[in-house]
Design a protein around this ligand. Structure first.
Ligand code: NAP
Length: 346
């Protein structure tokens, strides 16, 4: 393991934290029904029931098996009711892994640093130029294939084109099975979903999901989740981009859908805005050495969030980012303080 906080409490935030989050007016009025969530079911499970925030009629339940708490390892969150958990910090590859040079050593170091810290999720897409090929080369060169949860996407129209693209992705990634295949930006989602369901049934993919990157698409993501059962939704969420709190995050939680957060640094722009700005005094309390760690703490503080995937090309940044997955979980009041500090500084 690389550097981490030995006092870490890698627990799922649990019902108390969830209710603290969803109960406050500042989070958004549509969350009020979720605040009536009750806990039931097997000991150790967190089961949420509530009224659909969209229509006030149908009820949803979500079961969240609580992962074992262990000291000194990165926090993990469940993938719905599967019993499988994912570490809260992963790595994105948009731009950062889209490189042509033969020297992959820094990207090998990024992935090794992620895995050494207890992380595993790497997210890519055929949209990201050479990124899938670079990830495939890195996994082969490092021998870390079995320790990485590989997520990629299908981003095209048409059944045959989708199949061809996903097969090309698997060749590029040098895998016979993808852990999570997502429909990128919901492109031709009905068509691609059928293939994903078939591939999941035959074991070519383990989980299926959908993604988007803008608040304007959140209603579309909710509409898909209402219509079909998916395993994971990937969405934009950051301390200065909080629209997902209104409906999407609570809805995913109620449905037992894992949430992967893209652009936790606003695509990098938010971090650039914050560079040279002094850290708030409470950063030390949270064992945060920089704004990047505070921004990640904010994102993973939301109990509906399973994993954040900051993109990076730098092993040093990866190590710093991974540290946000250690240390005591923070509550909503502290998350609000982070958002306020970001507002004041950015
Ligand atoms: N529609 C979709 O499905 C969709 C859309 C957008 C993104 N995504 C996924 O989500 C991932 C994350 O989003 P993103 O990469 O666009 O944006 P992001 O994670 O918000 O920001 C990435 C930027 O932050 C910088 N960075 C990372 N760690 C840092 C640190 N500790 N200190 C300073 N700078 C740091 C990176 O530069 P360095 O290389 O210098 O570290 C990079 O420029 C993507 O890579 C992609 O996998 C999916």
């Amino acid at each position: 393991m690389s550097r981490h906080d030995p006092t870490a409490q890698p627990e799922n935030p649990g019902r108390a934290t969830f209710l603290r989050w969803v109960g406050g007016a500042a989070v958004g009025s549509v969350l009020a029904p979720v605040a009536r969530a009750v806990e039931a079911g097997a000991p150790g499970d967190r089961v949420l029931t509530g009224t659909d925030p969209a229509d006030g009629r149908s009820r949803h339940t979500g079961r969240f098996p609580q992962p074992a708490v262990a000291a000194g390892v990165m926090a993990r969150r469940p993938i719905g009711a599967t019993g499988e958990t994912l570490p809260v910090i992963g790595c994105g590859t948009y731009r950062t892994f889209d490189i042509d040079d033969a020297d992959r050593s820094e990207r090998v170091a990024v992935v090794r640093t992620l895995v050494d810290a207890g992380g595993s999720v790497i997210d890519s897409s055929p949209m990201y130029g050479s990124a899938e090929r670079v990830v495939g080369d890195v996994l082969a060169a490092s021998g870390l294939r079995d320790q990485v949860f590989v997520a990629t996407k299908v981003w095209t129209r048409g059944r045959e084109q989708g199949i061809a693209q996903m097969e090309a992705s698997m060749r590029a990634l040098q895998v016979s099975r993808v852990d999570l295949m997502q429909i990128h930006n919901l492109v031709d989602w009905r068509t691609q979903l059928k293939t994903l369901q078939d591939w999941k049934a035959s074991g070519r993919i383990r989980y299926l999901g959908i993604t988007h990157y803008t608040p304007g698409a959140h209603d579309d993501l909710i509409a898909v989740m209402r219509e079909v059962q998916i395993d994971a939704v990937q969405l934009n969420y950051a301390a200065n981009d909080r629209a997902a709190e209104q409906r999407l995050l609570p809805f995913a939680a109620e449905r037992g859908v894992a949430v992967i957060v893209n652009q936790p640094f606003g695509g990098g722009g938010l971090l650039r805005q914050l560079s040279n700005k002094p850290l708030p005094g409470f950063a030390a309390e949270l064992q945060c050495e920089n704004w990047a760690q505070l921004l990640l703490k904010f994102v993973i503080a939301h109990p509906a969030v399973t994993c954040a995937i900051p993109g990076t090309s730098s092993a040093r940044h990866m190590q710093s980012n991974a540290q946000a997955g250690f240390g005591p979980p923070i509550d909503r009041a502290m998350a609000q303080r982070i958002a306020q500090a970001v507002r004041s500084a950015a």
